[in-house]
Design a protein around this ligand. Structure first.
Ligand code: BGC
Length: 700
């Protein structure tokens, strides 16, 4: 047996992140020198965007040619550069399903490079808001319901993108409902905030050294995030030591002048409104604001500008945009993100032979379905639809396409029907209730939250129409459903009547090829659910898309399902493969500074595949309330048939701490910890117990 595979290879994740090489002390001296030659007006100009609408996809802020100060040039976003045409990667939730941090780093590099090639120096990504409920309209933009997975993927993106440009993890913080995003308050205790809703931001700040953070539209505990001193000054800066700057979310993200600046918001985007000359002058006159507040914010902005040497960043050849390498990366990401949820009688993979008759059904098969049309929208010059992917790949089988249920043929003449159903930008997405959206006519889509998790009626009808034909007693045609959408979909009504189910998310510009490759077995599916799929929305925590005050507690997703002993349709972390894996020989060593968990993974099937080993931790005799279990590590490993590998998950003991609200600090409790390993949150065959006595660890 060779050396164990590290589940999280820190040096590989961090490689090339420019921010990690910054000499902050030297930069601070330069900044003071620059500031000493700046008037208050010059400083104020650093604190606001330059125009309301982007110019060729770029939002500018704070350029001053006379003083030699470069502008920020910001470009959205989380699934690719939103500036002209660019590589549309699968949405973040799909990439979350890959559980592949190094892949996410490479995607960060590619998006960063395309942003730079567009002339940008900062990407408005990643979105790392925790998916508290799968009905969130922007669920697709984030990676997971789980803070650990979210943190690992967000960090990987930041490190990758910061090989080329600055990043801005968003939206800080607790932004997880769309329709009321400009008004709602996330009401939350400190413990919940620190343990569930912030750890992923902390990783991007402390380990990834993200250059900036974007504040959220919503309120936290009654105070808008853009003027929330507890979040910006206290947690982000004092507690975490953030050296970057905070820019507001757009238009309604800055709610005040003096309160916002004093709370630690540095840059109003996209243009001056609350931070206009008049408003600032008035706030200075009334004494609400002090000149030193402006200088403090300008100092933070200039610090990053100088630290990043923005004016010296290399020009990037536009040929990188949508280059073959990026398109094949988009394809690899899509392949690794597809989650096989059901495969009765091993109906998949299909074998391409001349006797095989396939009906491809549903207009989504022939649609470029890349996700919502909000700020993360990306336009690619070529999008491979599933139908195109299938017809390109298939050499021998007969493929016929039927767009609607009205056109369905007699399915008994077919061996298999591939039904494409799901959601699109019409059903979910960023909520943009603006005149611009109203005037978009045919493309009108305000996005927003999903009240229900079931498919829209038209999609259900399609599946029902197919199932009515395939289940009529004489028909031997198999039914494979390929689902598209941005998070969990309720499928109970029809899932028992189909033979196979593949979750494809919004799979990006090469998605069609990836889907075809999985259906026909050229690629072995390896995606795992980054969000629990409930049997019914009633199994989850309450969800009200009109709510203006939303209580946040320690429970949501699999934590909530576990506590309430609800069996979901498909558990967090679940996903089938065309091969099988066996986990064995769990060992835990606690001699070093880190806890080291090693497990052997063997591919016991007959073909190569990837397994995602998952580690969940629970406490047995804790003095405080603990959720039933939490993901605390994972490792993706590719194995040939018959091959084995040892996977090593390293964990700092303090990562098992809880947040003590009274004391305002993290506490590593002396108690018994249960470490469980498996291939999904509801399949954890191996376990080991360790006791921490306050000083040392020993097996229990
Ligand atoms: C979104 C941000 C986005 C910004 C600029 C806002 O409405 O919430 O995520 O970066 O617009 O497009």
């Amino acid at each position: 047996m060779s050396k164990p595979v590290h589940a999280f290879d820190r040096s590989a994740v961090f490689a090339g992140n420019r921010a990690l090489a910054i000499d902050h002390e030297a930069v601070a001296l330069e900044v003071e020198q620059l500031l000493s030659g700046m008037t208050l007006e010059d400083q104020l100009d650093q604190l606001r965007g330059s125009q309301t609408a982007p110019i060729e996809g770029l939002y500018y802020a704070g350029g001053n040619a006379d003083l030699g100060i470069p502008a920020f040039k910001m470009v959205d976003g989380p699934r690719g550069a939103r500036a002209g045409e660019a590589t549309a990667f699968p949405v973040a939730i799909a990439r979350g399903a890959s559980f592949d941090v190094l892949l996410e780093r490479r995607i960060g590099i590619a998006i960063g490079l395309e942003v730079a090639a567009k002339g940008g120096n900062m990407v408005l990504a990643p979105t790392i808001n925790l998916l508290r409920h799968p009905g969130w309209g922007r669920a697709q933009e984030t990676y997971s319901e789980d803070p650990w997975l979210l943190g690992a993927m967000g960090l990987a993106f930041v490190c990758g993108a910061q090989n080329h440009v600055m990043t801005s993890p968003k939206h800080f913080a607790v932004n997880n409902q769309e329709n009321t995003r400009f008004d709602m308050s996330a009401d939350i205790a400190d413990r919940v905030l620190h343990e569930v809703y912030l750890p992923h931001f902390k990783r991007c700040v402390q380990e990834g050294a993200c250059a900036s953070v974007m504040s959220a539209y919503n309120k936290v505990n009654g105070t808008y995030c853009g003027e929330n001193a507890a979040l910006l000054n206290d947690i982000l800066r004092k507690d975490w030591g953030f050296k970057g700057f905070v820019e507001s979310d757009w238009f309604l993200g800055t709610r005040s002048t003096a309160p916002a600046l004093r709370a630690g918001l540095d840059v109003e985007m996209p243009a001056a409104y609350r931070f206009s000359d008049e408003n600032i002058a008035q706030a200075l006159d009334t004494g609400e604001l002090d000149e030193s507040d402006i200088t403090a914010a300008a100092r933070r902005v200039l610090h990053q500008k100088l630290a990043w040497r923005l004016d010296e960043l290399p020009e990037v050849d536009p040929a990188v945009i949508e280059c073959d390498e990026h398109r094949s990366l988009a394809r690899e990401a899509a392949e690794k993100s597809l989650v096989l949820l059901k495969n009765d009688d091993l109906v998949l993979p299909l074998v391409d032979h001349s006797d095989l008759k396939i009906a491809v059904i549903g207009d989504l098969a022939d649609t470029a379905n890349l996700g919502d049309k909000g700020s993360s929208f990306v336009t690619s010059s070529e999008v491979v639809t599933p139908l195109a992917g299938i017809t390109d790949l298939v050499q021998h089988a007969h493929v016929q396409f039927f767009a609607h249920d009205k056109e369905l043929p007699d399915l008994s003449a077919y061996d298999v029907c591939l039904v494409f159903a799901g959601l699109s930008y019409r059903d979910e997405g960023e909520f943009i209730p603006t005149a611009q959206q109203e005037t978009e006519g045919g493309e009108l889509a305000r996005g927003g939250d999903r009240e229900a998790l079931t498919l829209p009626a038209r999609e259900r009808q399609l599946i029902e129409a197919v199932v009515a034909r395939t289940r009529d007693g004489t028909c031997t045609c198999k039914t494979v459903v390929v689902l598209e959408g941005g998070s969990a979909i309720e499928i109970r009504e029809w899932v028992d009547y189909v033979d196979a189910l593949l979750m494809a998310w919004y799979p990006g510009c090469e998605g069609g090829r990836a889907i075809a490759s999985v259906l026909f077995g050229a690629v072995n599916p390896s995606g795992k659910l980054p969000v629990s799929f409930p049997r019914s929305v009633s199994q989850l925590n309450a969800w009200d898309v009109t709510a203006l005050n939303v209580e946040h507690d320690l429970l949501h997703g699999y934590r909530y399902l576990d506590l309430h002993r609800e069996v979901p349709e498909y558990a967090f972390g679940f996903g089938l493969s065309y091969t099988a894996f066996e986990l064995s020989q769990l060992r835990l060593s606690s001699e070093a500074a880190e806890l080291e968990i090693v497990v052997r993974v063997t591919n016991t099937g007959s073909r190569a595949g990837a397994c995602v080993v998952q580690l969940y931790v629970s406490q047995r005799d804790s003095c405080v309330y603990r959720v039933p279990k939490e993901l605390k590590g994972f490792g993706r490993v590719e194995l040939e048939a018959g091959e084995s590998a040892d996977v090593l998950i390293a964990l700092l003991p303090q990562e098992l701490s809880y947040y003590d609200e009274e004391a305002g600090k993290w506490v590593l409790e002396a108690c018994t910890y249960q470490f469980r390993i498996g291939s999904s949150s509801d399949d954890l065959p191996l376990e080991v117990f360790q006791r921490f006595d306050g000083a040392a660890w020993q097996s229990a």
